[in-house]
Design a protein around this ligand. Structure first.
Ligand code: GUN
Length: 310
C-alpha cells in the first residue's frame, strides 16, 4: 500500500488560521504582535526564506519589519541592532536569519537576543528550557514536525524514533521534543556505524542531513513514518533521473526550470513507508507557520496576556 502523504501545506494553513485568530484578539486588546527579521547581505536562499516570513506575517495579522545590514556588518553593529530590538516594546519576536557572514560572531549575536523574544528558540536559555521541560520558545522546524505528527494522529509515546542529523537548529531539538513526548530516541550522524540498520529500527524516522536522496529504501522499515527535512536543489540531468525517472510532473517542472527540489529521502521510500512528507510541501511550510505561532506565543508570554479567542 502506498504511503499516506503528510500534507504540510494543509496543516500549515490550519495553524495559520488559528494564529490569525489569536493575533486578531491581541490586536483588539491593543497588543498587536510584532516580529523583527534581520537579514544580513544577499544570500539568495536567505532572501527567499525572509520574503516568505514577512509575507506570512501580513497574512496572519502580525506587524513585521525587516532590517537589512550590509554583508560587511560587524558583530558590534549587530549587537547594537539586537539591543535596540530587545528594548522596543512593540517588538515581540526577533529573528536573525542564518548563516551570518564569516566576520560575525554568530553565537554572540544569538546570545544577545532577549530569550523572551527569541522566536527561533536558539538562545541557550530556551535550549535549556526545552531540555528541562519548562515552557519556552521551541525551534520552528522541529516544533512544526511535532505539530504535524499530532495533527496526523501519529503516536509518539513508546515508539522508536531515529533522528539522522545533529544540528542545533533541527536534529538536537527534534530529538529532545521526541524524548519529551516519550519516544525512545536515537540520534545518528556521520560517524554512526551501520546507519541503514539503525534507521530500520525506527517507527518514526526524521532525516535532517542535507544530502539529496541519501535515505533509500534499505533504511526504512515497511510502514514507518518518514519525515524529510531536506531541501536539496538538483540541476544535473543524471541526478534528476536517479530520483525522478518516469515521473511526468517532475519532468515537466525540471524541463521548465532547469532544477527541482529533492529531500534527504529518496522518492522510492514512498513505496514502503506508512506515512511520508513530500518535498516540497511537507516540512517546509510548517517552519514558517510555527514562526508565526511562536511570535504570538512570545507576545502572550511577555505581555502576560490572557486573551481568549472566539
Ligand atoms: N537558516 C536556516 N534555517 C533557519 C531558521 O530556522 N532560522 C534562522 N534564523 N535562520 C535559518
Amino acid at each position: 500500500m502506498p504511503a499516506t502523504i503528510l500534507d504540510g501545506n494543509k496543516i500549515a494553513a490550519e495553524i495559520r488560521a488559528e494564529v490569525a485568530a489569536e493575533a486578531k484578539a491581541l490586536a483588539e486588546a491593543g497588543m498587536r504582535p510584532g516580529l523583527a527579521v534581520v537579514l544580513v547581505g544577499h544570500n539568495p536562499a536567505s532572501e527567499i526564506y525572509v520574503r516568505g516570513k514577512v509575507k506570512s506575517c501580513e497574512e496572519v495579522g502580525i506587524y513585521s519589519e525587516k532590517h537589512t545590514p550590509p554583508e560587511t556588518v560587524t558583530t558590534a553593529d549587530l549587537l547594537a541592532l539586537v539591543d535596540d530590538l530587545n528594548r522596543r516594546d512593540e517588538i515581540d519576536g526577533i529573528l536573525v536569519q542564518l548563516p551570518l557572514p564569516r566576520q560575525v560572531d554568530s553565537k554572540k549575536v544569538l546570545l544577545a537576543v532577549d530569550p523572551a523574544k527569541d522566536v527561533d528558540g536558539f538562545h541557550p536559555m530556551n535550549v535549556g528550557f526545552l531540555s528541562t521541560q519548562r515552557p519556552g520558545l521551541v525551534p520552528c522546524t522541529p516544533g512544526g514536525i511535532m505539530e504535524m505528527l499530532r495533527r496526523s494522529n501519529i503516536a509518539v509515546a513508546g515508539q522508536d524514533a531515529v533522528v539522522v542529523g545533529r544540528s542545533d537548529i533541527v536534529g538536537k531539538p527534534m530529538a529532545m521534543l521526541l524524548l519529551n513526548a516519550n519516544a525512545t530516541v536515537t540520534v545518528c550522524h556521520s560517524k554512526t556505524r551501520d546507519l541503514p540498520g539503525v534507521c530500520r529500527r525506527a517507527d518514526i524516522l526524521v532525516a535532517a542531513i542535507g544530502r539529496a536522496g541519501m535515505i533509500t529504501r534499505d533504511f526504512v522499515r515497511s510502514g514507518a513514518t518518514v519525515i524529510d527535512v531536506g531541501m536539496n536543489k538538483i540541476t544535473d540531468r543524471t541526478d534528476f533521473e536517479r530520483y525522478f525517472k518516469g515521473n511526468e510532473k517532475r519532468e515537466q517542472a525540471f524541463a521548465k526550470n532547469g532544477s527541482t527540489l529533492v529531500g534527504d529521502v529518496h522518492p522510492e521510500v514512498a513505496e514502503i513507508a506508512g506515512a511520508i512528507t513530500p518535498v516540497p510541501g511537507g516540512v517546509g511550510p510548517l517552519t514558517i507557520a510555527m514562526l508565526m505561532s511562536n511570535t504570538v506565543r512570545a507576545a502572550k508570554l511577555r505581555r502576560g496576556a490572557t486573551v481568549s479567542v472566539g
